[in-house]
Design a binder for this molecule. Structure first.
Ligand code: PMP
Length: 444
């Protein structure tokens, strides 16, 4: 109540909204008229407001809380670390930080031994690009139009989703189309064609740009915000081969896909590809303390043995972040959370969404793996015309009104619960989606 200035629990939601609208300047939004759902607490796959209305969190808060809300071991580790050493600068040796880095590197492919810590995902991408540029002495970076890499300097330039938005940093950056069979840019009708043609397109663009000027190809292992676009099996190995041919670094962005989301420690584990740099954030500690980073392959790390790496952040390798990483990864391991994510995707989410796609004409396609799925909604199945923004807005309201927090992007509902989601919770969510999809069917 000291924070809220009110004693009545029922007033706290109204007070939250009032303070939020009055004083918080929000990300990704026009500020006028914003009214965000007040959330006061959470546990596992559920969150609630002050008045006690609960919501099934099928957004994982920007696809972040892989381990679920308020995991007791992670909370305890943060509390314990806070009482021992709440903060220390990055230019110190720190045991907890070392253990966190070791735990992450141990899950990366062989030959990745070092971790550079950042405050989140965007600055992980930022620093990976910088490492690739310094390592190769080249300037250009290639990424895809359908991508989200973050909202700082080089990361926002790399983000294809926002290519249309003017920004002050655009420099030495090239975009290509990646594979996306449902809306193929290459007139492909099979995954094999999509794979082969998108690789040919990438090669052609690099050829036109001058391969010797390209420092890095930056890809989300599975583009997330852009639609959970699982690459066809040969794509990433094909990109790797292309990069090797021209001495280009391959950066795989695992900020969203990493640490359990796909039912693997790293999404790349399922794709027979080893990059040069891996970016991570979110799932590494489920966002309990802001953190991200770059896992660095040995040859790139060695570049900086005798040469200064000029990147750095005051909060890099923060003890609270490090402690939360160690606790989260240990709990994910001992509780089999990553395996569970894979299993619940294969046994419950995938089959359940397939039933919805069968039943509802508004569903154009469902795709995904683990706890990383998208339902693509269309106004017309034959033309694949995306469902209108107005109807997507209606869908969001109807889902929230039924107690489900969705992740909605463009014409898609992303089905992205925490990895710990239970079969009962999946069934509950599927029933809610089912009702709302029926409403949308009626609108068509
Ligand atoms: N890369 C990917 C793949 C992401 O999904 C995101 C965030 N959604 C980012 C980078 C940026 O991370 P952050 O918001 O922590 O800066």
């Amino acid at each position: 109540t000291a924070l809220s200035g009110s004693n009545a629990v029922a007033d706290l939601d109204a007070r939250t909204t009032e303070l939020d609208r009055g004083h918080v300047f929000h990300s990704w939004s026009a500020q006028g008229g914003l009214a965000l759902l007040p959330i006061a607490g959470g546990h596992g796959t559920r969150v609630w407001d002050h008045a006690g209305r609960t919501y099934l969190d099928f957004s994982s808060q920007l696809v972040n809380v892989n381990i679920g809300h308020q995991h007791p071991a992670v909370v305890a580790a943060i509390q314990e670390q806070a009482s021992t050493l709440a903060t220390i600068g990055p230019a110190t040796g720190n045991l907890t930080r070392g253990v966190a880095a070791q735990r992450i590197a141990a899950r990366a492919p062989e030959g990745f031994n070092k971790v550079f810590f950042t405050n989140g995902g965007a600055d992980a991408v930022e620093n990976a690009i910088r490492m690739a540029r310094l390592h190769t002495g080249r300037d250009k970076v290639v990424s895809t139009y359908r991508s989200y890499h973050g909202n700082t300097g080089a990361a926002v330039v790399a983000t294809g989703d926002w290519r249309r938005i003017p920004n002050e940093y655009a420099r030495a950056h090239v975009h290509v189309f990646g594979p996306y069979l449902y809306r193929s840019e290459f007139w492909a009708t099979t995954p094999e064609e999509e794979c082969e043609r998108s690789l040919r397109h990438l090669r052609r663009v690099i050829d036109c740009e001058g391969p010797a000027s390209v420092a890095a190809i930056l890809l989300e292992t599975i583009p997330g915000t852009a639609g959970v676009l699982l690459p066809p099996p040969g794509y990433l190995p094909g990109v790797r081969a292309l990069a090797d041919e021209f001495g280009i670094m391959l950066i795989l962005d695992e900020v969203m896909a990493g640490f359990g989301r796909t039912g693997e420690w790293f999404a790349l584990d399922a794709y027979d590809v080893v990059p040069d740099l891996i970016t991570f954030a979110k799932g590494v500690n489920s966002g309990y303390v802001p953190v991200g980073g770059v896992v660095i392959s040995d040859p790139i790390a060695r570049t900086f043995d005798d040469r200064v790496f000029p990147g750095g952040l005051t909060y890099s390798g923060h003890p609270l972040a490090a402690a939360s990483i160690v606790a989260a990864l240990d709990a994910m391991e001992s509780e089999g959370i990553v395996t569970h994510a894979k299993q619940i995707g294969a046994d419950a989410i995938g089959p359940g969404l397939a039933v919805l796609a069968e039943k509802h004409p508004v569903v154009g396609e469902v795709r995904g793996t683990g706890v990383f799925w998208a339902m693509e909604l269309v106004a017309d199945r034959s033309t694949r015309e995306p469902l209108s923004a107005a109807l997507m807005g209606r869908a969001k309201g109807e889902l929230v009104g039924r107690g489900l927090l969705p992740f909605i992007a463009d014409n898609r509902i992303h089905v992205v619960p925490p990895c710990v989601v239970t079969a009962d919770e999946v069934a509950e969510a599927l029933a809610t989606y089912d009702e709302v999809l029926s409403l949308l069917d009626e609108e068509l």
